[in-house]
Design a protein around this ligand. Structure first.
Ligand code: V55
Ligand code: FE
Length: 492
């Protein structure tokens, strides 16, 4: 490289680009890794391969670096590999960035016009033997779960016609179905919504198309045994703004919240749109379930726009520290004519990046695991420098969603955490009985640890700290995949 990354907080300190593809065999372990943990923790982080073509960028636009931590017999092996997206391959050949601004093809080098722009940087799941690296503006990128080799863009045997696929699909733990959608499904800034049910073998068994009430970001959604819920956000995307080189999304402070509720095998005429008169910023879905008449959706909600890099039309965005969070349970009553859901509040701590015991996904559940932010906890500014602008999460919590009661663990004033995942103790252990696994950023050492905590005794601290000899910059989402789900991949 004949240049450097710009001096921008998104690339500074612990969040400096990593760019390292590594294999570390048998990581150092402090404590004891429970031998019953037999599986892989996959996670992905945006990690730009090249300095931004336009001189600046947002965290969400970095190339997807996929990591795998393989647990077996109390030992852990580590591998990291870039997802070899079309973008990654073209830019590697050119030895520079060819793709411009996030979600803005009008800024790209003409040599890549019309290509799939995925960075594959938001989530990694395993389904029907494939590792799918996901970015909500593109189809999945398939990889081999065993080697992290990239297979390529993946459309479920070309049955998926949507141009986009969410980074937050859900798996029904009973049927094994993968339930997913794409927004901007007919191209950037379109209001088309596509919906898919994919069976456990990777076959598309249901497809439906909708027109969303506005062309806005739909980052996550909710799935129950019988319904799906689409939260239509207040961040809009418009072609004219993209052509003018403005940020991809604009926050609309005065619009109502919109939620579309659809039977799981429903079509356009079955969608029911609910509205909430006051605006809000929807967080990640924790879980959802239904009792036949009512649909319950749990998610943290913020009172204002969390994405300071997508300001409103006047360029205004609140400082993230001023946002107020409410752990919300939306209740959609399908037996009533009301178009407004009931809003219940769960007195849970402030947090995000939720995970549950996935065996209870789409069904009634009790246990949730969050990365939390305690603004009152000490932070060692002297040794760690300014807090990351990309992510600042300083604790892990176990929340009883029936009461809001929680237990938490804070890693201390020189550490922050990344998204926790849950691994059951055994296939038939009770809900929430198992382990929480999360990356800890050792900001003073510029190094990462992977911690394992007893999920029901998270406040007792790690039972194992797995030491990495390298730094893994703040990432997004990942999943625990038991070895039993890791069958050989099918050819794409
Ligand atoms: C989000 C993250 C993204 C993205 C769109 O957290 C939304 C929300 C990492 O990329 O492209
Ligand atoms: Fe997300």
């Amino acid at each position: 490289m004949t240049s450097c990354f710009p001096d921008d907080p998104i690339y500074r300190g612990f969040d400096a680009p990593g760019r390292v593809e590594a294999n570390v065999f048998d990581l150092e372990v402090e404590g004891r890794v429970p031998p019953e943990l037999d599986g892989t923790f996959f996670r992905v982080a945006p990690d730009p391969q090249w300095p931004p073509m336009l001189g600046h960028d947002i965290f969400f636009n970095g190339d997807g670096m996929v990591c795998a931590f393989r647990f077996k017999d109390g030992r852990v092996d580590f591998t990291s590999r870039y997802a070899q997206t079309d973008k990654f391959v073209a830019e590697r050949q050119a030895r520079k960035a060819l793709y411009g601004a996030y979600r803005n093809p009008y800024t790209d080098d003409p040599s890549v016009a019309g290509s799939i722009r995925s960075t594959a940087n938001t989530n990694v799941i395993v389904h029907h033997g494939l590792l799918l690296a996901l970015k909500e503006d593109s189809p999945p990128v398939a990889m081999r779960p065993d080697t992290l080799e990239t297979i390529g863009n993946y459309r479920f045997g070309d049955k998926m016609t949507s141009e986009t696929f969410t980074a937050h699909p859900k798996v029904d733990p009973v049927s094994g179905e993968l339930i997913a959608f794409g927004y901007s499904a007919k191209g950037v800034a379109t209001s088309d919504l596509a919906y898919y049910v994919i069976d456990r073998h990777g076959e598309v068994v249901h497809e439906a198309w909708f027109t969303a009430p506005r062309a806005a970001s739909i980052h996550d959604f909710a799935v129950t045994e019988n319904y799906v819920v689409f939260p239509v956000g207040s961040l809009e995307i418009e072609t004219e703004r993209l052509k003018a080189g403005k940020p991809a999304f604009v926050w609309r402070p005065d619009v109502e919240q919109i939620y579309g509720v659809l039977p799981r095998r429903g079509n356009a005429e079955d969608m029911r749109w609910f509205t909430v008169p006051t605006n809000g910023f929807q967080g990640h879905t924790i879980n959802a379930w239904d009792d036949g008449h009512k649909v319950y959706v749990d998610m943290p909600m913020l009172n204002d726009n969390a994405f300071w890099f997508y300001p409103d039309e006047n360029g205004h965005a609140p400082h993230p520290s001023t946002l107020k969070q409410t752990m919300t349970r939306w209740i959609f009553d399908l037996s009533s004519n009301s178009v407004t859901p009931q809003m219940d509040i769960i007195p849970a701590p402030m947090g995000e990046f939720p995970h549950i015991d996935e065996r209870y996904a789409t069904r009634p559940y009790r246990h949730a695991f969050l990365a939390v932010i305690d603004p009152t906890a000490p932070y060692d500014f002297q040794r760690c420098g300014p807090p990351s602008v990309n992510a600042f999460l300083n604790g892990l919590a176990h929340v009883d969603m029936t009461t809001g009661a929680s237990r938490r663990w804070l890693p201390g004033p020189t550490s922050t955490v990344q998204e926790p995942v849950f691994a059951p103790r055994s296939p038939d252990s009770p809900e929430g009985d198992g382990y929480v696994i999360a990356l800890v950023n050792r900001l003073d050492e510029m190094r990462s640890d992977l911690v394992v905590l007893d999920a029901q005794h998270i406040d007792e601290g790690p039972v194992a700290t797995i030491r990495l000899p390298l730094r893994l910059r703040n990432g997004l989402h990942g999943n625990w995949v038991p070895s039993s789900a890791m069958r050989p991949p099918v050819p794409a």
